[in-house]
Design a binder for this molecule. Structure first.
Ligand code: HEM
Ligand SMILES: *[C@@H]1O[C@H](CO)[C@@H](O)[C@H](O)[C@H]1NC(C)=O
Ligand SMILES: *[C@@H]1O[C@H](CO)[C@@H](O)[C@H](O)[C@H]1NC(C)=O
Ligand SMILES: *[C@@H]1O[C@H](CO)[C@@H](O)[C@H](O)[C@H]1NC(C)=O
Ligand SMILES: *[C@@H]1O[C@H](CO)[C@@H](O)[C@H](O)[C@H]1NC(C)=O
Ligand SMILES: *[C@@H]1O[C@H](CO)[C@@H](O)[C@H](O)[C@H]1NC(C)=O
Ligand SMILES: *[C@@H]1O[C@H](CO)[C@@H](O)[C@H](O)[C@H]1NC(C)=O
Ligand SMILES: *[C@@H]1O[C@H](CO)[C@@H](O)[C@H](O)[C@H]1NC(C)=O
Length: 521
C-alpha cells in the first residue's frame, strides 16, 4: 500500500480529502517517474541499462552493430504511423507486437524492444506506455532534450492496420501514410530527420539498401550509420545531408540502390526547403524534434485518456506504507526521496512529522546518492510506529533547501505488504497470496463487512511479446483474526500461464476505485 492519487500539497494548502496511502502522486506516475528519474546510483531502475552507453545493444552481441536506443525510436514510429486519425484508430497502442512478421516491419527492433520491456509491464504500465517512455529515454539520455511523457495508453489485443513506409515506397504513398496519421509533408520530413539522427540501416534486414560490404567482424549485421554520431541525439544528420559531408544523411539518401533512397525523395520533395529550415535552426532543431515526437507518442486511439505529464518530483514518498512489524505493531515505513537540481545538494537529514507527532523524527540520508539528467537524489528511509491510526491523517517532510510538503493518508484499510507475496507453484502457475487490514472503512461486500479485492497479473499471450493482463475481480477473502486493532482478511489467486512482471493487488472502495495498491514481483 503506497501513496496514491494525492496532489502535491504545500503547508499553505488545505489538505485534499484523504484518498489513501500510497504511490505518489498515482501508482502509474510514481512508477514511470522512477524509471525516468532514478537512472544511476542509489535505487536506480535497471531500465536505463539497456541504453547505457547509448551505443549499447541489449539484445545480443555488441559486434552485431545494432543499438537499442535507436531501435526503441524506430519501434515507436512503426507503431504510430499506421494510425488513422480520421477514424480514431491505431497510433501508439503496441499493436506493433502482433505485426512483426509483416515485410514493412522487417528487422529485429520490434521483438528486441518488446522482449526487453516485457518484465516491466504491469496493469499500471502497458507495453504501449513503454514504447512512449522508451522514446523519451532514448532522446533525453542520449544527448537530446526531455520530451514530455504522459501515461495511460491502452494495449491493443491484436494486430492493427498496415501501412509503414519502406525504403522502396513511393513518395506519394509515403506521404499518404504520414497524412493518415496526421502529419503533413513538413512534419514528415522533420519527424524522419529527427528519427534518423540515431542508429543505422543494416544489411541484415535491408540488403536492398545496404550491400554486403558493410558486414565486418565487429559489425556483423552490416549497419551503416545515418550520421557521424550514431548514438548522440543531435542535429548532425541534417547538416551532413545538406553539406554532403560525413555520412551525407545515410543509406536512405545515398544507397547504391536508387529505389531505396526514400529519405532523399522525402527531403527533396519540397526542393530541400524544410531541410534547409531545419538546418538553420541549429540546436533549435532538437526542440522541433521534441514537438514532433510528443505528437507522435500522444497519437492514440479514440477514447484513450492520457495522464498529466509525468514530471520529476522534488519530494517523493517511495514505498511509503502502513504495515505490521514482526511484533504485530502497526508501522509507517518507506523512503522519502529528495531530488535537487543545480548546485544545491539535498541535506544530510530531513524532518518527517505526522498528524500524530508534530515534533517528528529526523531522517538521515543513505550514503549512496543518485544522479540523473535532472539533478541528484538522496534517499531517507523511515519506519515509525503508529500508536493511534485513527488520528493518522497526514505526514509532512521538511528540510533545508527544498519546500516542505504535506501528504494526506488514510489508515482505514490497506493491503499489507509484508503479508503479500507471489510464489511459483510450478513453471506455469503462480500463486498470489495477500492480506488486507481494515478498520471498517471501504468495506462493501456482504453489507459492508468484507473488503473488495482485485488482482491483476501480466501473462504471456500468443503472437506478441507484449503481455496481456489477467484480471481477477472481487477475489474471495476469509477472516484471519486481528492485528493492532485491525481486522485481517486473507485470500489468494492462482495465475495460470506465465506470469511475467509485477502483479498488482488492490483494495477497492464502493465505487470500484482503488483505495490502496501493492505491487508484488
Ligand atoms: C519515410 C519514412 C521512413 C522510412 C522509409 C524509414 C526506413 C528505415 C529503415 C529501412 C531503417 C533501417 C532499420 C534497420 O536496419 O534495422 C530505419 C531505421 C531507423 N528509423 Fe526509419 N524510416 C522512416 C521514418 C522514420 C521516422 C519518422 C522515425 C522516427 C521515429 C524513424 C526512426 C528510425 C530509427 C531511430 C532508425 C535506426 C534503427 C536502428 O539503428 O536499429 N524512421 N528506418
Ligand atoms: C569496427 O572496427 C573498426 C576498425 O577498428 C572501427 O573503425 C569501427 O568503428 C568499428 N565498428 C563498430 C561498429 O564498432
Ligand atoms: C533495389 O531495391 C528494389 C526495391 O526494394 C529491389 O527490388 C531491387 O532488387 C534492389 N536492387 C538491388 C540491386 O538490390
Ligand atoms: C555545413 O555547412 C555550413 C555552412 O558552410 C557550416 O556552417 C556547418 O558547420 C557545416 N556543417 C557540417 C556538419 O559540416
Ligand atoms: C537537396 O539537397 C541535397 C543535399 O545537398 C542535394 O544533393 C540535392 O540535389 C538537393 N535537391 C534539390 C532538389 O535541391
Ligand atoms: C520499492 O518497492 C519495490 C517493489 O517491492 C522495490 O523493487 C523497490 O526497490 C523499492 N524502492 C525502494 C526505494 O526501496
Ligand atoms: C520447469 O522448467 C525447468 C527449467 O526450464 C525444467 O527443467 C523443468 O522440467 C520444468 N518443470 C516442469 C514441471 O515443467
Ligand atoms: C516476435 O515474437 C512473437 C511472439 O513470440 C512471434 O510470434 C513472432 O514470430 C516474432 N517475430 C519475429 C520477427 O521473430
Amino acid at each position: 500500500m503506497y501513496l496514491s492519487k494525492l496532489p502535491v500539497l504545500t503547508l499553505l494548502h488545505v489538505l485534499a480529502p484523504a484518498s489513501s496511502t500510497y504511490f505518489y502522486p498515482t501508482v502509474q506516475a510514481s512508477l514511470l517517474e522512477h524509471i525516468l528519474v532514478d537512472t544511476s546510483g542509489a535505487h536506480a531502475s535497471s531500465f536505463i541499462g539497456a541504453i547505457t552507453p547509448c551505443t549499447n545493444y541489449v539484445s545480443g552481441a555488441q559486434t552485431f552493430g545494432r543499438e537499442t536506443a535507436a531501435q526503441w525510436l524506430r519501434v515507436s514510429f512503426h507503431d504510430f504511423i499506421t494510425a488513422d486519425i480520421a477514424s480514431g484508430t491505431g497510433g501508439i497502442d503496441a499493436s506493433i507486437g502482433f505485426e512483426t512478421l509483416r515485410d514493412e516491419n522487417s528487422g529485429s527492433a520490434m521483438n528486441d524492444s518488446l522482449g526487453f520491456f516485457r518484465p516491466y509491464v504491469s496493469s499500471k504500465i502497458g507495453t504501449a506506455d513503454f514504447i512512449a517512455l522508451s522514446v523519451v529515454m532514448s532522446v533525453g539520455n542520449c544527448g537530446g532534450p526531455q520530451i514530455p511523457l504522459r501515461g495511460g495508453r491502452v494495449d491493443a489485443t491484436g494486430p492493427g492496420a498496415s501501412g509503414v513506409p519502406a525504403p522502396e515506397t513511393s513518395l506519394e504513398e509515403t506521404l499518404e501514410f504520414f497524412s493518415g496519421a496526421g502529419f503533413n509533408k513538413v512534419d514528415s520530413i522533420g519527424l524522419t530527420a529527427c528519427g534518423h539522427t540515431l542508429g543505422s540501416v543494416h544489411h541484415g534486414g535491408f540488403p536492398t539498401v545496404v550491400g554486403p560490404e558493410a558486414v565486418t567482424p565487429n559489425n556483423t549485421a552490416g549497419g551503416i550509420h545515418f550520421d557521424s554520431t550514431v548514438a548522440i541525439f543531435d542535429p548532425l544528420v541534417v547538416h551532413e545531408y545538406l553539406n554532403g559531408t560525413g555520412n551525407q544523411g545515410g543509406p536512405l539518401v545515398n544507397s547504391f540502390n536508387v529505389s531505396s533512397r526514400s529519405d532523399l525523395r522525402l527531403y527533396e520533395s519540397d526542393n530541400n526547403a524544410t531541410m534547409i529550415k531545419l538546418g538553420n535552426q541549429g540546436e533549435g532543431f532538437l526542440n522541433t524534434c521534441v514537438t514532433l515526437f510528443q505528437r507522435m507518442i500522444e497519437t492514440v486511439p479514440k477514447g484513450v485518456v492520457l495522464s498529466d505529464v509525468v514530471k520529476p518530483i522534488p519530494v517523493k514518498p517511495i514505498n511509503a506504507t502502513l504495515d505490521f512489524d514482526s511484533g504485530g505493531n502497526l508501522i509507517f515505513t518507506g523512503y522519502i526521496r529528495i531530488l535537487t537540481t543545480g548546485i544545491s545538494a539535498a541535506p544530510q537529514s530531513i524532518l518527517l512529522t505526522t498528524s500524530l507527532d508534530q515534533k517528528g523524527v529526523v531522517l538521515n540520508s543513505e550514503s549512496e546518492i543518485g544522479s540523473n539528467v535532472f539533478g541528484s537524489t538522496k534517499f531517507y528511509p523511515f519506519s515509525t510506529k503508529v500508536s493511534n491510526p485513527g488520528s493518522f491523517t497526514s505526514f509532512a517532510v521538511s528540510g533545508r533547501g527544498f519546500s516542505s510538503k504535506t501528504f494526506s493518508v488514510q489508515s482505514n484499510i490497506f493491503v499489507v505488504p509484508s503479508l503479500t507475496s507471489v510464489t511459483a507453484t510450478d513453471n506455469t502457475t503462480a500463486t498470489v497470496s495477500f492480506s488486507i487490514a481494515s478498520k471498517g472503512g471501504y468495506l462493501r461486500r456482504d453489507n459492508g463487512k468484507v473488503p473488495t479485492v482485485r488482482v491483476e497479473a501480466p501473462v504471456g499471450q500468443m503472437g506478441t511479446l507484449g503481455p496481456a493482463i489477467a484480471k481477477f475481480e472481487d477475489v474471495a477473502v476469509t477472516s484471519a483474526g486481528q492485528k493492532a486493532g485491525y481486522a485481517i482478511w486473507e485470500g489468494s489467486v492462482a495465475v495460470e500461464g506465465w506470469t511475467l512482471g509485477p502483479i498488482s493487488v488492490s483494495v477497492l472502495d464502493g465505487k470500484g476505485n482503488e483505495v490502496d495498491v501493492v505491487m508484488v514481483d
